[in-house]
Write a protein that binds this ligand. Structure first.
Ligand SMILES: Cc1cc2nc3c(=O)[nH]c(=O)nc-3n(C[C@H](O)[C@H](O)[C@H](O)COP(=O)(O)O)c2cc1C
Length: 215
């Protein structure tokens, strides 16, 4: 049983996505103690944006650059297709997706296994997306509709890669440090608690799907 986990938070300490993803991972490990974990941390090991340019840009780069980029794309794609279950921890940055995660996605999609028309290697496999936002984005709030990360992530993971996807979200994560959000600290705590509760359910979902041989 193999779990693939990717983290995109730029923070090593105090990261809410890492903390909530750890909850998912803990439940997974209880069920699959013998399982293996492949981790890709985009904070310490970001994918170079130049790799994608080498493969899709024009004029083409020197041959060795394209070869290097193709080899990296194949390595990232291998990590994906070899796993049975998936955990994506990706925060909201500047109202959009993490650039590190977008760069990773762009490069993975250059691999022939993810080309349009290729047999979909990941269809139906169970995955959990953990995301976190500093502010509040619910209906009726001033920023309603400004989170352009979560809808994009869901489209890519669910509809492009074909995962059977569950999502855990925490909001108002900046309430503790941003005085303007201080009145919302109670809501922030509720949101974080709800994210951990759903993370536990989603950890069980990953474990059960894999045990049932769905992946
Ligand atoms: C460079 C940067 C940009 C951010 N942009 C936004 C934003 O547009 N909207 C928002 O609600 N929070 C924003 N945040 C806050 C993060 O979404 C929030 O701190 C989240 O918890 C980060 O994930 P992490 O806790 O896993 O590191 C930003 C944080 C950073 C560092």
């Amino acid at each position: 049983m193999r779990l693939f986990r990717i983290d995109a938070s730029v923070r090593a300490e105090g990261s809410v996505t890492r903390e909530v993803a750890d909850t998912v991972l803990g439940v997974w490990r209880e069920a699959h103690a013998e399982g293996t974990l492949t981790r890709r941390d985009l904070r310490t090991d970001p994918v170079p944006a130049s790799a994608w340019q080498s493969l899709v840009g024009s004029p083409p780069p020197p041959l060795h650059e394209a070869d290097q980029a193709r080899a990296l794309a194949a390595k990232l794609a291998d990590e994906l297709v070899e796993a049975d279950a998936y955990l994506f921890a990706v925060p909201l940055y500047n109202f959009g997706p993490s650039q590190h995660f977008k760069t990773w996605t762009d490069l993975v999609l250059t691999d022939p296994r993810f080309a349009p028309g290729a047999e979909r290697a990941l269809t139906g496999k169970p995955a959990v997306l953990v995301t976190a936002r500093g502010g509040g984005y619910g209906p009726g709030t001033p920023r309603w509709g400004w989170d352009h990360s979560t809808p994009w992530l869901v489209r890519m993971l669910q509809d492009v890669f074909g995962f059977n996807l569950q999502v855990s979200e925490a909001e108002l994560t900046l309430a503790e440090v941003n005085p303007a959000l201080a009145p919302l600290r109670g809501l922030a705590a509720e949101s974080l608690a709800a994210a951990h509760r759903s993370a536990r359910r989603h950890g069980e979902f990953l474990a059960a799907q894999v045990a049932a041989g769905v992946a």
